[in-house]
Design a protein around this ligand. Structure first.
Ligand code: KG4
Ligand code: ZN
Length: 373
């Protein structure tokens, strides 16, 4: 069997998605199953760690079974089990790590430990290859999700016949992640959870120039991010505009009745609210794009990768592509399905490690703060 045919089962349980996928040769997705817990955490406006662990326990076996069935294989056909070791919620990670360990052992196949952030980088590579493109490395990678907003330089070395990816961190958030800001602002405005997709849908109806947010002021690393200031600015804006309170209450009631479509929430939003939403998104997107392109001053590269849940955002995609086009830089995004948490990206990252003979010890443990670089 050649390397391109190896089948990796990926398992992901770092946050609120229980996911399993089968990827062949590190590039062909045979199945990609994601059981989202959004419905469960929605009531609380954010992920509740205890509930997440319990739900992963309930879902892990059927999700893996479904991934194997949809790939039209049996567990015995798998060459390795790749599992997210961290970073993430420790109780959530433990479910995937424990299950992965037991499965790999019972199948007599290697267990591969994958860093969740490395998975997001590989989501970009998976997508690029699926569309017949091979990105130029080194690349700058922005990972922007509910848990992370971080910039890495990504290189690949092909020593001893196997590829090794090398990461170095350029900057990261000092406080909230960008997705966290989306979720918190959506909560203040009673737009439901998660906040990113609904703000993405409503922003085009507002005037993005209407509300001015000041740029975060920071000393030290110029490539760092800060999103807690904009979240507080939205809160202050709402305090200064108490006339917006009744519609917030009306949307809260609508959400309680299960009315959460963009059309319904838009009908319950004044132009002033839509303007606030558009201005918030414009400020976040401009900051993410500006900080990422600023790294080119010091890092020679022809490709930028953008991955993580917020990479699904339409305005972010549009502005990144436009700026890339202007500067002659190719910008790569995963498909929307591969932008948010999934296990195909874990299997793809695991494949590279598998080919390099980099398998994990049976004593592997979940690591909530596992760094990538
Ligand atoms: O990568 P992900 O699924 O999980 C983490 O590792 O955090 O990202 C989830 C985050 C949430 O904060 C969600 O609001 C945000 O991604 N998100 C979006 C969009 N879709 C999801 N943010 C902006 N626009 C979107 N279309
Ligand atoms: Zn993620």
């Amino acid at each position: 069997m050649t390397g391109t045919e190896h089948l990796i089962l990926g398992i992901e349980s770092s946050c609120d998605e229980t996911a399993a996928a089968v990827v062949a040769g590190g590039r062909h997705i045979r199945s990609n199953i994601v059981a989202s817990q959004a419905e469960i955490h929605r009531t609380y406006g954010g992920v509740v760690p205890e509930l997440a662990s319990r739900e992963h326990l309930r879902q892990i076996v059927p999700v893996v079974r479904e991934a194997v069935a949809q790939a039209h294989i049996t567990l015995g056909d798998i060459d390795a089990v790749a599992v997210t070791q961290g970073p993430g919620l420790v109780g959530a990670l433990l479910v995937g790590v424990t299950y992965g360990k037991v499965l790999a052992r019972s199948l007599g196949k290697p267990l591969i430990a994958v860093n969740h952030l490395e998975g997001h980088v590989h989501a970009v590579l998976l997508e690029a290859r699926a569309t017949g493109r091979e990105p130029d490395l080194p690349a700058i990678c922005l990972i922007v999700s509910g848990g992370h907003t971080v910039l890495y330089s990504v290189k690949c070395s092909a020593g001893d016949g196997a590829a090794h990816f090398l990461y170095s961190k350029i900057g990261g958030t000092r406080d909230d992640a960008a997705g966290e800001a989306y979720d918190k602002v959506a909560r203040m405005l009673a737009l439901g959870y998660p906040g990113g997709p609904i703000i993405d849908r409503l922003a085009p109806y507002g005037n993005a120039e209407a509300v001015r947010f000041s740029e975060p002021k920071m000393t030290g690393n110029p490539y760092d991010f800060s999103f807690s200031g904009i979240k507080t600015a939205v809160l202050h804006h709402l305090r200064r505009h108490p006339q917006l309170a009744p519609e917030i209450e009306a949307r809260r009631q609508a959400l309680l009745r299960g009315e959460r479509t963009a059309d319904r929430l838009r009908a319950l939003s004044s132009q002033a609210t839509l303007d606030l939403i558009a201005s918030f998104q414009r400020a976040v997107v401009s900051n993410l794009v500006a900080q990422t392109f600023a790294t080119l001053r010091e890092h020679a590269t022809r490709s930028i990768f953008v991955s993580g849940g917020v990479a699904a955002n339409s305005e972010l995609r549009f502005v990144f592509q436009a700026e890339g086009g202007r500067r002659g830089i190719e910008v790569f995004f995963p498909s929307r399905a591969l932008s948010t948490d999934n296990a195909a990206m874990i299997a793809a990252a695991g494949f590279v490690r598998f080919m390099a003979g980099d398998s994990a010890d049976p004593t592997l443990n979940a690591e909530a703060n596992l760094p990538l670089a």
